[in-house]
Ligand binder design. Structure first.
Ligand code: PFF
Length: 475
């Protein structure tokens, strides 16, 4: 790619900047809200173990694949794939368009409902700070009232979208990199401080035992599939977010190391958030960790207010959730903006403003509770994206990386390593060509109900209710 082109589209100034942006994308509502509640519902330790296996076997190979495709292709997801699959002729072009367009559409749709949920976290932050007179923080009914009041939900979603569009408009270096380099270390520090706090005030020992002592009797095959699906979601895979960020990297020497670091940090945040949240839950007699999707918005505020300094801690905690959601949403918008800038040569501010406005409109329809047939738009979009588009996107990216991109490109992240690099590269190629596609296909088949009769005998599909949309209502 020519220098002028690369300076027009922007780039990360440092490797650390890329790492923090990618970790920012990965660490989001998935870690702080979803991971704890699905772990609670599936009984703790055994689920965590399976989840760690999924991250290693499927998440990590796909993460490397996305970043290296972005880095070597040097453009948005569609452009990067088209460049790297040139030698495969029409078939290469076809898979590039299919994968690229699906990622662009999926990230657009996802941002709309993600922003509505993120808006709720903004509300709880403002409420915890004491800036909403007349509403009592800690009252479990607040969540239902807030999320079903169209004007409140719309205002919160609007504020969150403005924050997201603002950063993306500022650019890759001055916006995304600057914000993530600043916010992510703060987020880690807050989590660490919260761990110390619950160590003194709540039941941290019990929480850690719950998270790390496996009880395999609670684990069925749907838990394994849930873990695999969540591995995708939490690492921001299947939507081109990591491809897009990879395209702003200046060199590929550290791609493999960074991919491992992203997966480790993301997992660490999920486990820390889980440890903190369960410690608080266990501190209250009679409460079960399987409180379900309402854990974050209903159970936790009610528990926080009873703890010493709890109101302040709650404000800090919800601030952290807002940070996490913000940096994830930014990466979703950036997939679309990179596409518009690279493919249509639109100025960044036009792309960010225009696409952001369209996403906002769709989000408003979600926030005010528009329904399509029997389901709300919010639930419908969530189902469509989390259950279908994300795994299908992941499958296509694995196929493109494993079967269409030349090894000279796909293995370039390993080439600077000493001898062990060769073996690692071979292992990665085996995983991405065979293991990942098979496992992801199993998830997709499960989503479309292919295993229903087999699973029915085993256990109720506890967590398949729910996903990101309207968590508490679905309890
Ligand atoms: N990884 C984010 C989370 O855990 O909340 C969600 C996400 C962000 C998924 C960006 C996909 C994506 F492209």
């Amino acid at each position: 790619m020519s220098e002028s082109n690369s300076s027009a589209r922007g780039s990360f100034a440092s490797n650390f900047g890329f790492l923090m942006a990618a970790v920012g994308s990965a660490v989001g509502l998935g870690n702080i809200w979803k991971f704890p509640y699905i772990t609670g519902e599936y009984g703790g330790g055994a689920f965590v173990l399976v989840y760690l296996g999924c991250i290693t076997l499927v998440g990590l190979p796909l993460l490397y694949a996305e970043v290296i495709i972005g880095r070597r292709g040097g453009r948005d997801i569609l452009g990067a794939l088209r460049t790297l699959t040139r030698q495969s002729g029409r078939l290469g072009t076809a898979i590039s368009y299919l994968t690229g367009m699906m990622a662009v559409v999926a990230s657009f749709l996802m941002l709309a409902f993600y922003s509505v949920v993120a808006g709720w976290t903004v509300y709880f932050f403002v409420l915890a700070v004491g800036a909403i007179p007349g509403v009592e923080f800690g009252n479990p009914d607040v969540f239902d009232t807030m999320s079903t009041t169209a004007s409140t939900a719309t205002i919160c979603h609007t504020v969150f979208m403005l924050m997201t569009i603002g950063v993306v408009t500022l650019g890759v270096h001055s916006g995304i990199e600057f914000l993530c380099k600043t916010l992510m270390p703060v987020l880690f520090a807050i989590l660490a401080a919260m761990l110390v706090y619950v160590g003194f005030t709540a039941e941290l020992g019990q929480s850690l035992a719950f998270l790390f002592q496996p009880d395999f009797s609670k684990l069925g095959s749907s838990a394994v599939l849930e873990a695999l699906g969540h591995a995708f979601f939490t690492l921001s895979l299947g939507m081109g977010a990591m491809v897009t960020y990879g395209s702003y990297l200046k060199e590929e020497k550290r791609v493999i190391r960074d991919s491992v670091a992203i997966a480790l940090l993301d997992t660490a945040v999920a486990l820390l958030a889980g440890a903190v949240i369960f410690a608080v839950v266990f501190a209250k007699e009679g409460l079960e960790p399987s409180a379900g999707p309402g854990l974050l918005f209903r159970t936790l505020p009610a528990l926080f207010v009873e703890m010493p300094g709890g109101r302040f801690v709650a404000a800090v905690f919800f601030g952290l959730v807002v940070f996490a959601a913000w940096s994830s949403a930014i990466s979703l918008l950036e997939v679309n903006v990179a596409y518009a800038v690279d493919e249509f040569k639109l100025p960044r501010w036009v792309a960010a403003g225009g696409i952001g406005l369209c996403v906002w409109g769709l989000g408003v329809a979600c926030a005010i509770g528009v329904t399509v047939g029997e389901v709300t738009l919010q639930d419908g979009l969530d189902d469509l994206v989390s259950r279908y588009l994300l795994p299908i996107g992941g499958l296509l990216i694995a196929i493109a990386a494993g079967w269409f991109v030349l090894p000279a490109d796909s293995l370039s992240g390993f080439s600077h390593l000493p001898r062990s690099g060769n073996a690692l590269g071979i292992a990665w190629r085996f995983l991405i060509r065979f293991v990942t596609p098979v496992l992801v296909s199993v998830v997709i088949l499960w989503q479309v109900g292919a295993f229903d009769s087999w699973l029915k005998a085993e256990e109720p599909p506890a967590v398949r209710e729910g996903e990101l949309a309207d968590p508490a209502v679905k309890q």
